[in-house]
Design a protein around this ligand. Structure first.
Ligand SMILES: Cc1ncc(C[n+]2csc(CCOP(=O)(O)OP(=O)(O)O)c2C)c(N)n1
Length: 627
């Protein structure tokens, strides 16, 4: 009999005994491996929290208690136990089940997540609201040791420890971020992990107590308390206790029985508590256990071999990574920074060849930006490789610490544009808007692989001052053009100049623009094609060209409209008192973009070849310029 088949809500779970819960955990493990092997998704983290999630749903009632999953990529078992199992074949697909907690999806999800280290802040907010309104529910954060490297966590604990609200933080310690976890917090956790063994090996607590004449029945009563006390006395201070958060643990995060006991105990503590559990990332799937970094987020794979079923092709991240290795050999001042994403950003190989010249700062984008500033002041050329969506966190630091001082820091902004299946929290559709108005900051977008390399070379070797290059997720393309021009500061690339219609395209979306452009040329239109290259500053020559030659201007970019290249170009034309032009920006709408494949999103938002063709054709109608 399958237990899983009979679980439609957490109340079904509560009918099972411990042995049956253990069987259920194994069934969920098999279900997840099979299901994710078909859809892709976050595998290793989810395999590590199955027992925890069962125990949580067993001990609490999340139709009223609140749970906030940090990052949220590990909430699959929670979805299964709360009536969403049958939707797993739609996971991360258009209109399907989200890969993250979604309040819109279920009453059992209480706070949407995606970016790291937010859960303690949100939970403290819930706990404060509960107490102000005189309500009575439990609030729980589940946070990984990787997420504990993010600065927000410390702001939240500082606040929570002082406010003394009833709040449970479950620290899921699997000793991994996506890659190996880094930093001194990770070392502190490992000293806590070894605490019980240390205690058993070094200290016979009973003998110790007998020396103080504490004997008989009393010994059992005080033993537990004293053990804890001695643990704190002989071990390095438990940081959480110092902050006013009661620390309990570490305990085995795969022992459902032990977890249930611990959760039922901590339920009654009326102050912030941290329950430290030890888990194994990828547990139950040998490939994920052995290489958790390769099975954090996966594309569809063969369950037997663990190998991806899609062919690996060179991505823009790969192109960036290879360039960095080559360039570092030549340029001894070059150093790389990552905020816990060495592999996603293409820097894995660099970290093997130049381990002393790459700095993984943890999930700490704000810190990474200022750290880069210090390195630049100290005589290096730092390249901070970061996803567009995560650099949102570094906005103030980019202005305050880098650009006001005009420091030569290079931002390699990966995953710019839509990223597809991770949905709203991960789309890179705002970076042009949040970067292009910052004085001193140069912002570039390459049209293809070769231009990415040229722009990296330009940014590292020929430019002084803050500079950012944005490029997308996906396969690196070659876009050959006639009369190729070198990168020159604030100069666009005129690929073809003819007629009074211009298409100005930003970045790699040119691959969808060119076929549309060619269709229009074949129909007899005279149209110019321009590769913007510099988003900021906008080429002054381009403004003059528009003034003198064009009547219809189409901009194409992968950013929202507001603050994007098109809207900036319109402002620039106004500033130059050029009022008599018809400018049509083609971009994402000013809204959050849900999960779907990148192609589906291009079609939905009018950025695929056919839509670009139709938009332009629709506006220019029968005007065929003879020039
Ligand atoms: C601000 C931010 N930066 C980077 C990421 C990418 N990211 C997703 S999960 C993850 C590692 C999280 O590690 P941990 O909290 O230990 O969870 P585990 O996957 O090990 O369960 C990272 C770096 C993110 N989600 N948010």
């Amino acid at each position: 009999m399958s237990f899983l088949d009979n679980i439609n809500s957490p109340s079904d779970l509560k009918k099972l005994n411990i042995k049956e819960l253990d069987c259920l955990a194994q069934e969920i493990r098999e279900f997840l491996i099979n299901s994710i092997s078909k859809t892709g998704g976050h595998l290793a983290s989810n395999l590590g929290v199955i027992e925890l999630t069962i125990a949580l749903n067993y001990c609490f009632d999340f139709s009223k208690d609140k749970i906030v999953w940090d990052v949220g990529h590990q909430a699959y078992t929670h979805k299964i136990l709360t009536g969403r199992k049958d939707l797993f074949d739609t996971l991360r697909k258009k209109d399907g089940l989200s890969g993250f907690p979604k309040t819109e999806e279920s009453i059992y999800d209480h706070f949407n997540t995606g970016h790291s280290s937010t859960s303690i802040s949100a939970s403290l907010g819930f706990a404060t609201a509960r107490d102000l309104l005189g309500k009575n529910y439990n609030v729980i954060s589940v946070i990984g040791d990787g997420a504990m490297t993010g600065g927000l966590v410390y702001e939240a604990m500082n606040n929570a420890g002082a406010n003394n609200k009833k709040l449970l933080i479950i620290l899921n310690d699997n000793q991994m971020s996506i890659s190996e976890n880094v930093g001194s917090m990770s070392k502190h956790l490992s000293s806590l992990r070894s605490a019980p063994e240390y205690l058993e090996a070094k200290l016979d607590v009973r003998k110790f107590l007998e020396r103080f004449n504490i004997v008989g029945d009393r010994i059992n009563k005080v033993l537990e308390k004293t053990k804890e006390g001695i643990k704190y006395a002989i071990l390095p201070n438990v940081m959480f206790e110092q902050l006013g958060i009661k620390y309990i643990g570490p305990i085995d995060g795969h022992d459902i029985n032990g977890l249930i006991k611990a959760l039922n105990n901590v339920k009654n503590i009326n102050k912030p508590v941290m329950l430290h559990i030890i888990t194994k990332k990828g547990l139950g799937y040998i490939h994920a256990e052995n290489e958790p970094y390769n099975y954090h987020g996966v594309a569809p794979f063969d369950t037997k071999t663990g190998k991806s079923v899609t062919n690996k092709q060179e991505t823009y991240s790969d192109v960036f990574g290879k360039f960095m290795v080559k360039e570092a050999n030549r340029n001894k001042k070059l150093v790389a920074i990552t905020a816990a994403m060495p592999s996603g950003t293409g820097l894995s190989f660099f970290s093997k060849v130049y381990p002393d010249r790459i700095f993984d700062v943890g999930i700490a984008e704000e810190h990474a930006v200022i750290f880069a500033g210090g390195l630049a002041m100290g005589g290096f050329v730092p390249v901070f490789a970061v996803y567009s969506t995560f650099l949102q966190r570094g906005y103030d630091q980019i202005i305050h610490d880098i650009c006001i001082q005009n420091l030569h820091v290079v931002f390699a902004i990966d995953r710019a544009g839509v990223v597809g299946d991770d949905g709203e929290t991960h789309q890179g559709i705002f970076d042009i808007s949040y970067l292009s108005h910052i004085p001193n900051l140069t912002l570039l977008a390459p049209k293809d692989k070769e231009e990415l390399i040229e722009m990296l070379d330009f940014s590292i070797n020929k430019h002084k001052g803050p500079i950012a290059i944005r490029y997308p997720k996906g396969i690196a393309c070659d876009i050959p053009v006639d009369n190729k021009q070198e990168i020159q500061f604030a100069k666009c690339e005129i690929i073809k100049q003819k007629g009074n219609i211009a298409i100005i395209t930003v970045g790699t979306i040119i691959k969808n623009v060119i076929p549309a452009y060619e269709r229009l040329l074949n129909e007899g239109y005279n149209i110019s094609l321009i590769n913007a290259r510099f988003i900021s500053p906008i080429d002054k020559g381009l403004i003059d060209n528009i003034r003198d030659n064009f009547e219809y201007i189409f901009t194409v970019e992968e950013n929202v409209f507001k603050g994007g290249f098109g809207s900036n170009l319109i402002s620039e034309l106004m500033k130059n008192e050029i009022f008599n032009k018809k400018v049509y920006p083609i971009s994402y709408k000013d809204e959050y973009i849900e999960q779907a494949s990148i192609n589906e999103l291009h079609i939905k938002y009018g950025l695929d070849e056919d839509s670009i063709y139709k938009t332009i054709k629709n506006k220019i109608g029968n005007i065929k310029d003879g020039n």
